[in-house]
Design a protein around this ligand. Sequence first.
Ligand SMILES: [Zn+2]
Length: 166
Amino acid sequence: MRKSIILFLLLLLLLFVIFPRTGVYAFLFDRGNYGYINESSTEMISDLDELSPKTRELAIKFLEKCEEKGLSVRITETYRTQARQEMLYKQGRTTSGSVVTWTKNSKHTKRRAFDICENNTDDPYGDLEFFRKCAEIGKEVGLTPGYYFERYQDMPHYELNRWWLR
Ligand SMILES: [Zn+2]
């Protein structure tokens, strides 16, 4: 009898305390509430609402902390349709221009990545110290900054790499 009470309490603990913290419920139920995007469009999208709920939450936290530190950040791109990703992939390979991406399988197409640049400046990608400071903040809030990518550093890029969070 006492054993079953303990088991029951453990179950409650698991369901109402442990699971909610792991984000497993969000993973199972939160499919996001995205606007209507034409999936064949190759336009750039910079709307935070097009990110997965957790990516969006961390992006907002990131922006707030950057602002506190006096870093003026602008989001340039969030969700990317597969059509746009493939168009970018062709760039510098089969179409003109320089290579801008190394993958057809981007976190942007999964709503789990966004790109930034410096706001209110003539050279939004020129200040390396700006990107270094932002990357520190990104890491702090739980994002994976492309700044730290070892093979292809991607300074403007941030992604959510915790698969159990939506
Ligand atoms: Zn990116």
